[in-house]
Design a protein around this ligand. Structure first.
Ligand code: BTN
Length: 239
């Protein structure tokens, strides 16, 4: 089992923790190494978007996993599950449960609390990038951050979120595929919802779940079942 959290490089300010972690990967850093920052000047999100958070208000975290093996085939589903459990443990018993908007946005009550960006050079390594809004008031979110965003809450700390995430990643990245799929299906925010997608092809339909490879299964209006890969499509909610 990979133990995440050591070595730990913490930076006050950097462009992107994923970029620093990539450099560490190329320099031979071990699996489980993490990079965190109080502030990012060019935080990367999925599909070329930016990830921004007020300094100190969010967990800006990248972890190195190496080598990438068959056991990590469902990593894109396993990581958001780890994030859900970390967020819930830091948020306390009173906080509502998290759902995952496939492939890797983490939601609390329909608002985004965390995002995941995995950048990999298979079979050598993967950088698991996670941004969690920890203690950010609604009016502190920068205007360019996609709405609606939320955070865990004023009582939560970035350090506690980091420790919880290291612990939960250790549990989930090598978990049995059947367990990952079952847990993801429990937290699937899209199941039963109308979605549209763009990519090599565009379309619309009703999401019905994820298949054993982690693809999103959708049923189009004419009854066709499609399996969409996360790298192939950009998704929007239509309802
Ligand atoms: C998304 O929701 O689009 C994914 C956001 C991932 C953001 C995190 S913040 C830490 C790490 N470093 C980056 O540059 N991006 C990820």
């Amino acid at each position: 089992m990979t133990r995440f959290g050591a070595p730990h490089l913490h930076l006050q300010r950097t462009d992107s923790t994923n970029e620093r972690a990539r450099e560490l990967a190329l320099a031979g850093a071990p699996s489980g190494a993490i990079v965190t920052a109080a502030e990012q000047t060019a935080g990367r999100g999925r599909a070329g978007r930016v990830w921004s958070a007020p300094p100190g208000g969010g967990l800006l975290f990248s972890a190195l996993l190496r080598p990438l093996e068959l056991a990590h085939r469902l990593l894109p589903l396993a990581v958001p599950l780890a994030v859900c459990e970390a967020v819930e443990s830091v948020g306390g018993a009173a906080s509502p449960g998290c759902l995952v908007k496939w492939p890797n946005d983490v939601w609390i009550e329909g608002r985004k609390v965390a995002g995941v960006l995995i950048e990999a050079r298979p079979p050598e390594w993967a950088v698991i990038g996670v941004g969690v809004n920890v203690a950010i008031a609604d009016d502190e979110f920068p205007p360019d951050l996609r709405w609606p965003a939320t955070s865990i809450g004023a009582e939560a700390t970035v350090g506690a979120a980091r420790e919880a995430l290291c612990r939960e990643l250790g549990r989930w990245v090598e978990a049995a595929e059947a367990d990952v799929l079952a847990a993801f299906r429990e937290r699937d925010a899209l199941a039963g919802r109308e979605v549209g997608w763009e990519g090599a092809e565009r379309g619309a339909g009703r999401a019905t779940g994820v298949d054993e490879r982690g693809n999103l299964v959708v049923e189009t209006q004419d009854g066709e079942e499609l399996h969409l890969g996360s790298g192939e499509v950009s998704l929007r909610l239509d309802d």
